[in-house]
Every structure is written in structure tokens, then in C-alpha cells.
Design a protein around this ligand. Structure first.
Ligand code: NAD
Length: 351
């Protein structure tokens, strides 16, 4: 029997990882450790909440004593670390929150693993989930991020994630902690908090609200369906080599403005509105400070060495995503009420 702690399991990607592990590995005990910030939502775990191998722990990874006590109590065999402050815009207005959770929180987990696994590292694994944004931005359309690409973070978010990646590597090199890291491109899919591009656009189209597009919408991102990311995480957790890094991506690059146009078209069809209705909501807003032009992942290493590959075409993934949001209006209304509404009005409304 394995006892795994998944941090950030009530968030977007974490909830899909929790679901996959709880259902696929009934002989593992899965502990979802989450502070339930604005981005964490237990409704994301509702379908597994009564499974006998699922456990929820409300804890903040910035609280070193609590994390240490939890490792002492539960004797976890593995860590899948996804808890993070994850929104670039928020990192620009409050960088210290990102230092606390993404850097100090990660080091607290590393410290606990090092202490409680001392002398018994065999079979243990500390898996750190990170982003392609640590590599900076690309200008040459023929260039891709490789695992060997130098780090060049340009936002407080990516700087905090880069720092946490370095700490994870340092704990492997210095203390022999059995670590593995993945850096993934942009995810999309169900349960995505509607401050990120795709769910924000879907939500605003549903509500006839302006669709804020940064600058001229020229920025390029690679998109991967969240369940394919969860599948990759399963593969790397079980088969990835200790001390290694793997890039994960969808080979699916889109300019933001083209993606927004596509979503408008899909939503017009779904909502029975005449084609061309939703594009009229597009509103260009002042570009994000330091907005990276292009991210693009070369995912050949994980594909060749571990046999993972994306299972869904983008059209199919977007269809599933849009259908999920249309069928889950209550979820959307719940997460967009209260604090998020205030944040949105302050940062986006009227721009
Ligand atoms: P998210 O913002 O949806 O979820 C983050 C979760 O972490 C939430 O449940 C939140 O409550 C929890 N959390 C935040 N601070 C915490 C703290 N101090 N203690 C305990 N829990 C805390 O994020 P996401 O989009 O699901 O991203 C998950 C991970 O994957 C992050 O590490 C992120 O950097 C990485 N990642 C995300 C993407 C993406 O496209 N979303 C791409 C690549 C990598």
C-alpha cells in the first residue's frame, strides 16, 4: 500500500490528478492537502469524496510546523506537489504571496520529506509539478523549450516557480532526495478557474460581458487538455527517472486572438446565437506588463522515453470544455461570486 499526498488537489489540475489516482489506484491512500484559497474548491473533488482511499487535509504549505506534523503522522511514501499561486496577473500585484507559497511552501515540503524519509529513501518520490514559463519567452518560430533550455523567468509567477524548481534540484543533489520535475504548457479543461483565458472567455460570452484581450492578442501559447496532463503526471510519477526533468506539452500553439475567435464561434453555435455575435464583445486592453510573446514546448523526451502522448485533439478538448461550463453554471456562479467578483471588477472591468 502506498500513501501519497497530493498538494493543491482542490485546484484545477490537482483535482484531475486526485480523481485519476483515486479511481485508478484503489490500493493507494490519496491525501489531498489544500489550503482552499480562492482557487481551491472542494466541489472539484465531490465525485471522489466518499471513496475509501480518499482523504482531505486542510493545510497551508507555508506553515512549516503543520507540514512537518502531517508527515510525522501519515508517513507519506510520495508527494505530488501542485499547490501554488498560479495566476501571473496576481503575481504582478502581489509577488510576495507567490514567494510565500511557491518558494517557501515548496521548501517546507522538501524539508519535511528530507527529515521523515531520512535513511529510508527507497521507494519514495517527491514529484514537483511546474510550468514552461520558467524558460522565458521565444521569438524564433522554429525554437522550442527543451529540458536543457536555460531558465529565464520574466514574471514574479515564473520567477517563483523557477526558484522552487531550483530548490527541488538542490535537494536531490545535496541530500539525495528522490525528486522528479515536469514543466508543462498551458492547460485547459473542466474546473478551470475563470480568471484564466479560456474559462474567462467562456464565462464572459455566457454572460454577454466584454472579452478582455491583452495588447493585440498576438501572444502565442501551447495548449494541453488537463486530463492529458494528469495522465502525464501519472506516467512520470511511476516511470520517470529520479533526478530527471520532463517537458509536457500538446504541440498545439495558438495566438490568443485566434483562440478567442474560435471560442466565440463555438459559443455562438452552442448558445444558438447568430455567428459573429460574440466577437463583438472582444475588447483590447492594455498589455500585461512583461507579457511573454511565445511559449512552445518540445515534449519529445517524455514521448520517447516514457511513451506518453496527448490523447485528445484540440477541437475535441475544447468541445468537452465548453460543454462542461455550460452544464455547470452553478459551479461558475459559486466561484465567481464574492472575492473573485471584487478582484475582477478592480482589475479588468472598464479596461
Ligand atoms: P490552481 O490555482 O487552480 O490551484 C492551486 C491549488 O493550490 C488550489 O487548490 C489552492 O487552494 C492550493 N493552494 C494555493 N496556495 C496554497 C498553500 N499555501 N497551501 C496549500 N494549498 C495551496 O492551479 P493549477 O492551474 O491547478 O496549477 C497547479 C500546478 O500546476 C501549479 O503548481 C502550477 O504552477 C502548475 N502548472 C499549471 C499550468 C496551468 O496551465 N494551469 C501549467 C503548467 C504548470
Amino acid at each position: 500500500m502506498k500513501k501519497l499526498v497530493i498538494t493543491g488537489g482542490a485546484g484545477f489540475i490537482g483535482s484531475h490528478v486526485v480523481r485519476l489516482f483515486v479511481n485508478k489506484y484503489p490500493d493507494y491512500q490519496i491525501y489531498n492537502l489544500d489550503a482552499l484559497t480562492y482557487a481551491g474548491n472542494l466541489a472539484n473533488n465531490e465525485d471522489v469524496a466518499s471513496a475509501p482511499n480518499y482523504h482531505f487535509i486542510k493545510a497551508d504549505i507555508t506553515d512549516a510546523d503543520h507540514i512537518d506534523a502531517l508527515f510525522a503522522e501519515h508517513q507519506f511514501d510520495g508527494v505530488l506537489h501542485l499547490a501554488a499561486e498560479s495566476h501571473v496577473d496576481r503575481s504582478i500585484t502581489d509577488p510576495l504571496a507567490f514567494v510565500r507559497t511557491n518558494v517557501i511552501g515548496t521548501v517546507n515540503l522538501l524539508q519535511a520529506a528530507k527529515k521523515h524519509w531520512a535513511g529510508k529513501m527507497e521507494g519514495k518520490r517527491f514529484y514537483h509539478i511546474s510550468t514552461d514559463e520558467v524558460y522565458g519567452e521565444l521569438h524564433d518560430p522554429n525554437e522550442f523549450f527543451l529540458e536543457t533550455t536555460s531558465y529565464d523567468p520574466r514574471s514574479p509567477y515564473s520567477a517563483s516557480k523557477a526558484s522552487s524548481d531550483h530548490f527541488v534540484r538542490a535537494y536531490h543533489e545535496t541530500y539525495g532526495l528522490p525528486t522528479v520535475i515536469t514543466n508543462c504548457s498551458n492547460n485547459y479543461g473542466p474546473n478551470h478557474f475563470p480568471e484564466k483565458l479560456i474559462p474567462l472567455m467562456i464565462h464572459n460570452i455566457m454572460n454577454n460581458k466584454p472579452l478582455p484581450v491583452y495588447g493585440k492578442g498576438e501572444n502565442v501559447r501551447d495548449w494541453l487538455f488537463v486530463i492529458d496532463h494528469a495522465r502525464a503526471i501519472d506516467t512520470v510519477f511511476h516511470d520517470g527517472k529520479i533526478g530527471e526533468t520532463y517537458n509536457i506539452g500538446g504541440f498545439n500553439e495558438w495566438k490568443n486572438i485566434d483562440l478567442v475567435h474560435l471560442l466565440c464561434k463555438i459559443m455562438d453555435e452552442k448558445l444558438g446565437r447568430p455567428e459573429g455575435t460574440s466577437v463583438q464583445l472582444i475588447t483590447y486592453v492594455t498589455d500585461r506588463a512583461g507579457h511573454d510573446l511565445r511559449y512552445a514546448i518540445d515534449a519529445n523526451k517524455i514521448m520517447k522515453e516514457l511513451g506518453w502522448e496527448p490523447s485528445l485533439q484540440f477541437a475535441e478538448g475544447l468541445e468537452k470544455t465548453v460543454n462542461w461550463y455550460l452544464a455547470n453554471e452553478k459551479w461558475l456562479n459559486d466561484v465567481t461570486s464574492g472575492d473573485y467578483q471584487k478582484y475582477y471588477e478592480k482589475n479588468y472591468a472598464g479596461r
